[in-house]
Design a protein around this ligand. Structure first.
Ligand code: S3P
Length: 166
């Protein structure tokens, strides 16, 4: 069976929804950020600060190339995975792509809870989020299905995805 691939901006619920979805469907769950951290023995935040964003993007693409060959898994990607077109092409060959979205307010609120996102660790965070959301909107729109998670629990988002896949 095809993989189920969650894309979307930081704070849209990819990891919590993906983990729950995998559990409900009895599939393996892969979070690309966690896999990059495990495989390289370094946190994403450390990778950004020591080696820079482009190094992280390279590791991210390598990880996507490897896991795109899997079948039957649920994959939660990092928010910037869409920045390199080849990532989405690879993920699509064997996967259904589902974009999670949320309002600016909800994204700001959710991403304030954990301070582990290097791109948002700055005083002008709201302006940065607005800018990145605009820049990436068309890229997230390439998904097969888009779900606004602003007012939904991960459980409800999973219900929506499962109904779509039937
Ligand atoms: C990023 C999103 C993060 C992580 C990295 C860069 C982005 O993942 O990959 O900090 O460019 O949007 P989450 O979307 O899981 O927070």
């Amino acid at each position: 069976m095809k993989n189920i691939v969650l894309i979307g901006f930081m704070g849209t619920g990819k990891t919590s929804t993906g983990r729950l979805l995998a559990h409900r469907l009895g599939r393996t769950f892969i979070d690309t950020d966690q896999k990059i951290e495990f495989d390289n023995n370094i946190t994403v935040a450390e990778m950004f600060s020591i080696h820079g964003e482009q190094h992280f993007r390279q590791k991210e693409s390598e990880t996507i190339a490897r896991i795109s060959r899997y079948t039957d898994v649920v994959i939660a990607t990092g928010g910037g995975v869409v920045l390199r077109p080849e990532n989405l092409i690879r993920l699509k060959t064997n996967g259904v792509i589902i974009a999670l979205t949320a309002s600016l307010e909800v994204i700001l609120e959710r991403t304030s809870r954990r301070n582990c996102r290097p791109l948002l660790n700055r005083p002008d965070k709201e302006a940065v989020v607005s800018k990145l959301l605009k820049e990436r909107a068309d890229l997230y729109n390439k998904a097969d299905l888009s779900i606004d998670t602003s007012d939904s629990t991960p459980q409800q988002v999973c219900d929506h995805i499962i109904a779509f896949l039937r």
